[in-house]
Design a protein around this ligand. Structure first.
Ligand SMILES: [Zn+2]
Length: 472
């Protein structure tokens, strides 16, 4: 196959002219950890600049280039980009993201596209829990983009799970609403949908000080990781920093540090000993409470520290785990629990634990038989609710099916579902609709047009099923 890289200059160009890039050398947006573009958004803009769909550009140019550079399959690259979550896939700290960033570097003659991924953090922060599985945005950042007449783009920072706010605008990040892929939308830049654009003003909600500060600390880490490309995680550096903090702020008592951060004593012990690696949210918490940068903790810097109280959200987390109930006599608790079960005031174990002011773990350890009973009744309740929802759904489906038949229209599933909108809590999954459709056709005797082989073996529809549904 012909190499996608340009090796010769076009005819008529002077000898020794600087090399030309294969794809437009589009600069990524943003210049710091707070506003840098992620690679998924970059690819989307790059394809758009070439007036090609992402998949086509990958299939024709990026894939073959990656095959030449890294020996990876061109088809795999095309599959990467065709996924709904491609944005996350190519912006992570994985080998796959490395191949994407460096192939694009070569094709655009740039050298910095790996900074649009989390690769710089790879050696520093444990990979688990780093990426958010939802696509999020800051409404004011998008508004800024529109005002500055550039494409609305996704910031790398927004894809980090521990970040919940925009440090520039002090607003909470908002989840992109789920959206069905429209035909033809494949190659367009993945900016905000029309729905988001129309309601953007109502989406601005201020974030707490801690949310803003921890987002700023993580953005700073993205910048620091670029400055220290060879720095990696080391247990001894984490240990050295924490010992320094315990010595200077808490007279050498790590339990007091744990109490200040509102974390578990044994967890703190593991961190100080270097046995447990701190996660990114914990690093942000410690940096916030000690008034330093996350990089200081990771590099073991003995910097000046200043104490700041732990944020409110941390407080709530501990309270949610249990309460004062555990201090009451067990007999009292047992009596109250039994009364609650008898009067059916609680329906599951979690509710009972909450009502008693104890943790679920405490309930299980001290009242095992009551807990087992509650778990059982909780399960049954869920089952019963699910069944009820199924019956209601099928009934509404049947009503609309009959209404269409009476109007002389074939009751196609799509038409029936369209009429059901607003009459049921949710249109549910495809399986639900298929089941309701089969039952409705069995009840009314209308033949199913274009009947396809069912995906799963069909349960025989008993005539009694149709009748009981009719009565509900
Ligand atoms: Zn913002």
């Amino acid at each position: 196959m012909k190499s996608p890289f340009r090796t010769t200059l076009p005819g008529g160009w002077p000898e020794g002219a600087p090399p030309r890039s294969t794809l437009y050398s589009l600069p990524p947006y943003g210049c710091s950890g707070e506003d840098r573009e992620n690679l998924g958004s970059y690819i989307s803009r790059l394809s758009s600049a070439h007036d090609m769909a992402r998949w086509t550009l990958t299939k024709r140019i990026i894939g073959p280039a990656a095959e030449e550079l890294f020996g990876v399959s061109s088809d795999r690259m095309a599959r990467d980009i065709a996924r709904a979550d491609y944005n996350i896939k190519v912006s992570r700290a994985t080998e796959q993201a490395y191949q994407w960033a460096h192939t694009l570097n070569r094709l655009t003659l740039r050298s910095n596209l790996q900074l649009c991924t989390l690769l710089p953090l790879k050696e520093l922060v444990s990979a688990c829990l780093v990426l958010s599985n939802k696509r999020r945005f800051c409404p004011l950042c998008y508004k800024d983009d529109v005002q500055k007449r550039r494409d609305c783009y996704d910031r790398l920072l927004w894809s980090i799970d521990a970040v919940t706010a925009c440090p520039l605008h002090r607003l909470k990040l908002v989840n992109h609403p789920k959206q069905k892929r429209r035909p033809g939308a494949f190659g367009r830049t993945d900016g905000p949908s029309d729905e988001v654009a129309a309601n953007i003003d109502s989406m601005e909600s201020p974030a707490s000080d801690y949310e803003v500060e921890s987002a700023r600390l993580i953005a700073e880490l993205l910048d620091d990781a670029v400055v220290f490309p060879n720095a990696g995680y080391s247990a001894s550096a984490q240990s050295a920093f924490l010992k320094h903090a315990v010595d200077t702020l808490f007279d050498g008592k790590s339990a007091r540090f744990a109490a200040h951060l509102l974390v578990n004593k044994s967890q703190m012990h593991g961190w100080v000993k270097g046995q447990v690696r701190m996660s990114l949210p914990r690093l942000a918490l410690v940096a916030y409470c000690c008034g330093c940068a996350i990089a200081d903790i990771l590099l073991g810097n003995k910097v000046m520290l200043s104490l700041r109280p732990a944020p409110q959200c941390q407080n709530r987390r501990l309270i949610a785990m249990g309460g004062a109930g555990a201090k009451r006599p067990r007999d009292d608790l047992r009596r109250e629990l039994n009364e609650m079960i008898r009067d059916a005031r609680v329906t599951n174990a979690a509710e009972a634990a909450r009502a008693l002011g104890v943790s679920s773990k405490f309930l299980r350890a001290n009242f095992p038989s009551e807990q087992a009973l509650l778990v059982q009744s909780g399960r049954e309740l869920v089952k019963a609710r699910r069944k009820e929802a199924t019956v209601t759904f099928d009934q509404v489906y049947l009503n609309e099916h009959i209404a269409l038949c009476s109007a002389g229209v074939y009751p196609a599933r799509r038409r029936v579902l369209e009429r059901m909108r607003g009459k049921v809590a949710s249109l549910g999954r495809r399986n639900n609709a298929e089941r309701a459709q089969r039952r409705a056709h069995a009840t009314t005797g209308v033949t199913m047009a274009r009947a396809r082989e069912p995906r799963r073996p069909l349960l025989p529809v008993r005539p009694s099923d149709g009748q009981t549904e009719g009565k509900v």
